[in-house]
Design a protein. Structure first.
Length: 396
């Protein structure tokens, strides 16, 4: 009687589906997951030939008789958690010595590699997200609204972090007669900004701001002081005479040349004076008659202007950067000339984002005291709001 030879049951090898391969390539960033290798698998580093040199590697072999194989092999053949991406050399290495490269160790390497890629690529996404800050305060009796479609168009290709953002809206401001009103509203602005900066939005830290602001210039300057320059910020301008209303807040000229666009003029300088007026004639020329009394009272006067002051001059964020450099440089020169204890009075005719920038660039520990002035036909020029408080450090 002849004996029949028993044969082992044939293992059917499953092909790893394309969508799982794509997931593996994406989550490994196309690099070998052997710890310390990280070699790109789309290129031969020696010949620089570009093609797929990667191999889909099983942690637990596709068959029970393979490297690290067990009774789970058949079930885990195409399970993503059981697959790694490796170069040919590293694949051969781990399968040649399973004692040195056990299942648990390879699982740790896969997790470690993919978490590192996730952390690094997540940051890249964050730079396209921004917290929207809408600041709307009535000027006289008029409050201009800023609608979502308009600021979304302006922000592109950045996107709002959330739907809430930061909203500071006052429709009851009237500082024409009582200067104390300015202080009250400034305190309200500061409380709102501090609360959002401390708590974040839905408990998420604010990493970038997109600011859309309209209101009286002293309050805009104070808003800028509250924001400061520790958080990366984009400032936007509402443009006039724009045919498409949805583009009203979109920058019109990103690459506009700005070199030497802003001119600093010393109008009346007395080095012994501790009171300094800074005239900002950008949106319009400010007649000397408006601040003539300051000259009579022996204030030193400096002016930052452009060749043709106009409501329409600001078309590019590059212009804000250039203004910021000139303004910051002037404040440094004023302090050097007139001493640390001098007081600076800003007389502004500027677009809203430049008013915000005037506050943002202030240095809390070293700048002199800055005051914002306002002009109206009834009261003339008057100081309405102290923008900063100088922090003086003393040696004990």
């Amino acid at each position: 009687m002849s004996k029949t030879k028993k044969t082992k049951p044939k293992i059917t090898r499953k092909n790893v589906p394309l969508h799982i391969k794509l997931k593996l390539f994406a989550k490994s960033a196309g690099r070998c997951q052997f710890r310390g290798c990280n070699r790109p698998i789309w290129r031969n580093d020696l010949t620089l030939t570009e093609r797929n040199f990667g191999e889909v590697t099983h942690i637990i072999a596709a068959s029970s008789s393979g490297p690290r194989g067990n009774q789970e092999s058949s079930k885990l053949q195409i399970d993503y958690s059981n697959l790694m991406l490796m170069c040919q050399k590293c694949h051969t290495e781990i399968d040649s010595d399973t004692n040195k490269y056990p299942e648990v160790l390879l699982g740790e390497w896969k997790k470690e590699h993919e978490e590192r890629i996730e952390i690094q690529t997540r940051y890249t996404g964050d730079i396209h997200k921004s917290t929207v800050l809408l600041f709307m305060v009535n000027i006289n009796e008029r409050l201009t609204s800023i609608i979502p479609d308009v600021f979304l168009n302006a922000m592109s290709p950045k996107y709002p972090v959330d739907e809430k953002g930061i909203r500071i809206v006052f429709d009851d401001f009237d500082g024409r007669n009582d200067s104390k009103v300015w202080e009250v509203f400034a305190e309200r602005i500061q409380r709102k900004i501090e609360r959002h900066f401390e708590e974040g939005i839905d408990e998420k830290e604010i990493k970038h701001l997109s600011v859309f602001a309209l209101g009286p210039m002293p309050l805009l300057m104070y808003l800028g002081k509250c924001i400061g320059d520790t958080i990366s910020t984009d400032l936007y301008q509402k443009h006039r005479k724009i045919t498409n209303a949805n583009q009203a807040w979109s920058w019109q000229a990103e690459e506009l040349k700005t070199e030497n666009g802003f001119i600093v003029n010393p109008i009346h300088v007395n080095k012994n004076s501790r009171n300094v007026g800074v005239v900002l004639s950008l949106s319009a020329e400010i007649p000397t008659e408006r601040y003539k009394k300051l000259i009579v009272d022996n204030y030193s006067i400096y002016d930052i202007t452009i060749d043709n002051p106009s409501l329409y001059f600001l078309k590019s964020p590059k212009q804000i950067e250039e203004f910021s450099r000139k303004y910051r440089g002037l404040l440094n020169d004023i302090q050097s000339t007139h001493g640390d204890s001098c007081k600076v009075y800003i007389i502004p005719a500027v677009p809203a984002p430049i008013a915000v920038e005037c506050g943002r660039v202030l240095l809390p520990k070293s700048d002199p005291e800055i005051f914002a002035c306002e002009y109206d036909e009834v009261n003339g020029l008057r100081t309405v709001l102290k923008i900063n408080s100088r922090k003086i450090t003393t040696n004990s």
